[in-house]
Write a protein that binds this ligand. Structure first.
Ligand SMILES: [Zn+2]
Length: 227
């Protein structure tokens, strides 16, 4: 239990913060706001400010009051290490333990704090070094590089386009259940028939000419590429 990878693992809550900052910063061009991280982790903004100050002392983020936190190079490496773990565990649960895709996120959130880097790399080996997790998210390499994400939310697509689902947000099990039942999963082709500005509903048609009217939260949770 006392090998190097264990001792240099950040504690679970530090890790959760780093991942939250990383995820929010991806959407916001680099900085994660205190409010955003508080909402994501269901903690108070005051706790987030305290933790940001602590992470800054540890050299993992740059923190500016009222603006938020930006990951340092080291912070980013740590975040990506955890993201790699998380996504490999999700893939393993789905492919080998019979989990459904709406169940794997929560289980991976728990397990990622318990396993070592050595375990993670054996998992990668067993799985044949997958590039993407079950929700279509790219898996960072062991060296910490990550594919550039050029997908866009379905809510931003122009009507008439033919697009392919590249990934879906993985936190909401009910939503994944809904999408899975309709086979609205990564790899699937869709024709966008209508993007309604009034209420954000996006109407799509799949390859079997099945039509779905997807409400705004769903349209923001499905990411596609123009092909
Ligand atoms: Zn996940």
């Amino acid at each position: 239990m006392n090998d190097l990878s264990e001792t240099r693992s950040p504690s679970s809550s530090v890790g959760d913060y780093l991942k939250a900052v990383w995820e929010l910063a991806v959407d916001s061009g680099g900085t994660a706001s205190t409010k955003g991280v508080a909402a994501r982790l269901s903690v108070s903004p005051a706790s987030v400010s305290n933790m940001f100050a602590r992470l800054q002392e540890m050299g993992l983020v740059r923190y500016e009051r009222y603006r938020g936190a930006t990951l340092t190079e080291r912070g980013r490496e740590e975040a990506l290490r955890l993201v790699r773990r998380h996504r490999l565990i999700e893939t393993f649960l789905l492919e080998h333990l019979g989990y459904d895709w709406q169940e794997v996120h929560d289980e991976a959130e728990r397990l990622e704090h318990a396993v070592s880097d050595g375990f993670t790399e054996r998992l990668a080996e067993l799985l044949g070094h997958p590039d993407h997790d079950p929700h279509g998210d790219p898996i960072p390499s062991a060296e910490g590089s990550l594919e550039v994400d050029d997908s866009m939310a379905l809510s931003q697509v122009v009507a008439g386009r033919r697009v392919r689902i590249s990934k879906v947000r993985d936190e909401d099990a009910a939503m994944l259940d809904y999408l899975g039942d309709r086979n609205l999963v990564p790899g699937r082709w869709l024709r966008v028939r209508e993007v309604r500005e009034l209420d954000g509903v996006v109407v799509v048609e799949d390859e079997e000419a099945e039509v779905y009217a997807l409400g705004d939260p769903l349209a923001r949770s499905i990411f596609v590429r123009n092909d």
